[in-house]
Design a protein around this ligand. Sequence first.
Ligand code: COA
Length: 184
Amino acid sequence: MTAPLSLRTRRLVLRPLLPGDAPALVAYRDLPEVARYQSWTSFDLDTATRFVARQADVIPDTPGSWLQLAVVLAATDEIVGDVGLHFRADDPQQMELGITLAPAHQGVGLGREAIEALLGYAFGTLGKHRVIAITDADNDAAARLFERVGLRREAHYVDAVFFKGAWGSEYLFAMLRREWRPHP
Ligand SMILES: CC(C)(COP(=O)(O)OP(=O)(O)OC[C@H]1O[C@@H](n2cnc3c(N)ncnc32)[C@H](O)[C@@H]1OP(=O)(O)O)[C@@H](O)C(=O)NCCC(=O)NCCS
């Protein structure tokens, strides 16, 4: 059996979700400002418990799976968010990333730290060819984050998804392995 995936950054540990994490996920995922551009509207304890339970069987780099990791402050062990790694079924050389941070821990560069660690894992460890991220076109904080870490805004899909009762637009960001610069 391989060791569970764990990535360390200056301030963070990214590690698999554990059954006891469900209440911590609810505390930020259920906030309207966090859910606004995400696939969910509310995120109650039952949802969180099932979400964490589904992760128990996910093996990293399995085509067609989403691996969800907790974003934990290394100094205090507090869960401050989570990241998603989508190992694409249609092309195993490509991955999609997602991230959610609790509002109390936004605006201090933790998102950047987490995404840079994921790029290191995707390109450096797994040798993937291309990493993408898709954001709601109104989600300025997410767009700034992905551009700040060096992803290129490659597509603007206009009114392309029916989302929470209205047509919504999305950006697609991407980086190739040859463009990736490992972060010290
Ligand atoms: C998307 C999201 C993760 C971005 O979080 P974030 O905290 O803004 O991201 P970063 O870690 O890059 O922080 C950057 C901000 O912190 C500031 N900052 C402060 N100290 C910093 C440091 N040491 N290093 C880097 N940035 C720092 C930056 O100036 C920047 O501010 P700005 O965005 O106003 O320019 C967050 O908005 C979120 O969780 N939203 C809800 C969920 C969501 O919509 N997710 C996106 C799905 S694709």
